[in-house]
Ligand binder design. Sequence first.
Ligand code: ZN
Ligand code: FE
Ligand code: FE
Length: 189
Amino acid sequence: MAEATTLHDAFIDELRDTYDAERQLTKALPKLAKAASSPDLRKAFESHLEETKVQIERLESVFQGLDEKVRGKHCDGIAGIIEEGSAILKEDFDDTTMDACLIAAGQRAEHYEIAAYGTLVAWARAMGHDDAAEKLQETLEEEKAADEKLSALAEGGINQGAADTAHPAAGSRNGASKTKNGKAGASRR
Ligand code: ZN
Ligand code: FE
Ligand code: FE
């Protein structure tokens, strides 16, 4: 029973790993929120914390739907990501640079979750666990939205603000445009 011999066993194992990851994140997100200077960034972390609590309940209902005990299994991956985020909090950054780095830390966590839930949804579908697949898909969408929200905040002024502090003489990379919102600061697309 303890041996993960089939994909179903691996699926339950991954669910337990993800359940633990979500619980670790409920402890880490308040720290990121507290360290944020941008009110919008703080709100983004706080609202994702509330979402995360619902995701935990959703995973509990997935376990119950599969007649499995609700149980976590230590997630080393997210623990490492959280540990790196904690190291950022100790750095002596100015406010905007700290915000840019908090976003970087948050996005590492979201991408990890997107990978985890992407696999869980695909496996649930492949095995015909449609109810589980639907719930996991719902969470996957929330993780993607959280990631996009962080990108929007970074590209909506925080990155440029931090860059201008790093290179004051260079000014904005967009020439005359020093606008704090809009996509003027975006350089990724
Ligand atoms: Zn199965
Ligand atoms: Fe999550
Ligand atoms: Fe998340």
